[in-house]
Design a protein around this ligand. Sequence first.
Ligand SMILES: CC(C)(COP(=O)(O)OP(=O)(O)OC[C@H]1O[C@@H](n2cnc3c(N)ncnc32)[C@H](O)[C@@H]1OP(=O)(O)O)[C@@H](O)C(=O)NCCC(=O)NCCS
Length: 186
Amino acid sequence: MTEQSTELRIEGNAIELRFVRESDFDAYYAFLQDPELNRLTGSHQDFSREEIGNWIRKIGVANEDRIDLMIVLKETGELLGEVVLNERDTDNRSANIRIGIQGTQHRGCGYGTEAMIRMLRYGFDTLNLHRIHLGVYAFNPRAIHVYEKIGFQREGLQRDVLFMDGMFHDMIMMAILEDEFRLLHG
Ligand SMILES: CC(C)(COP(=O)(O)OP(=O)(O)OC[C@H]1O[C@@H](n2cnc3c(N)ncnc32)[C@H](O)[C@@H]1OP(=O)(O)O)[C@@H](O)C(=O)NCCC(=O)NCCS
C-alpha cells in the first residue's frame, strides 16, 4: 500500500474504504443531504451539484494534506459514508479525523467503529502519524461513545463553538496517540 496511490483500498470485514469515483455522484450527493448527519456534524452549508462534482474530482485521489475515503458496504457496494484524515501536519506527525455514515438504517451496525479503526491504522502504519485528533459536539453521545471505545481521550472543551437550532453548543476535543492505538488494537 503506497502512500499516494490512487488505487488505495482498505479492506475490512463488513466494509471497505476507497476513493470516491465519478460514478458515486448520486450517492455522495445524497450523503451530503442527510439532515441528521448535517446536524450532528454541525454543517450549515448547502452545496450545488457543480460544487459537489468539483469536490469529488479533488478528493478522488490522495492530497498532500488530506485523504478522503468512502466507506462502502462490501456485500453490496453501497456507499455508506466517508472517513477523512485531514489537516495533516507532517512536521508534527499529526492529523485530524472525521467520519459520517448516512441513513439511520446504516448507523449502529458497527460500520463506523470499523471504518475508524481501519483509517487510524492506515494513519499510524502508512502515513507515519503519531497523533490523530478530532472534535465532536457535546450533543452527540453516540459518536463520543464510539471514539472513547476506540481509545480516544478527552483533551479539552471548546465552549459555544457552534450555533445551531437557536443555541450554542460545545465541542469536545479528543485524540489518540500511536502507542495507545497499538496497545488497544495491536
Ligand atoms: C458516529 C458514527 C460514525 C458511529 O458509527 P456507527 O456505525 O453508527 O457506530 P457503531 O455501530 O460502530 O457503534 C455505535 C455504538 O454507540 C452506542 N450508542 C448508540 N447510541 C448511543 C447513545 N445515544 N449514547 C451512547 N452510546 C450510543 C452503541 O451502543 C454502540 O456501542 P457498542 O459498540 O459499545 O455497543 C455514526 O453514527 C455517524 O456517522 N453518525 C452521524 C454523523 C456523526 O455523528 N459523525 C460524527 C461527528 S463527530
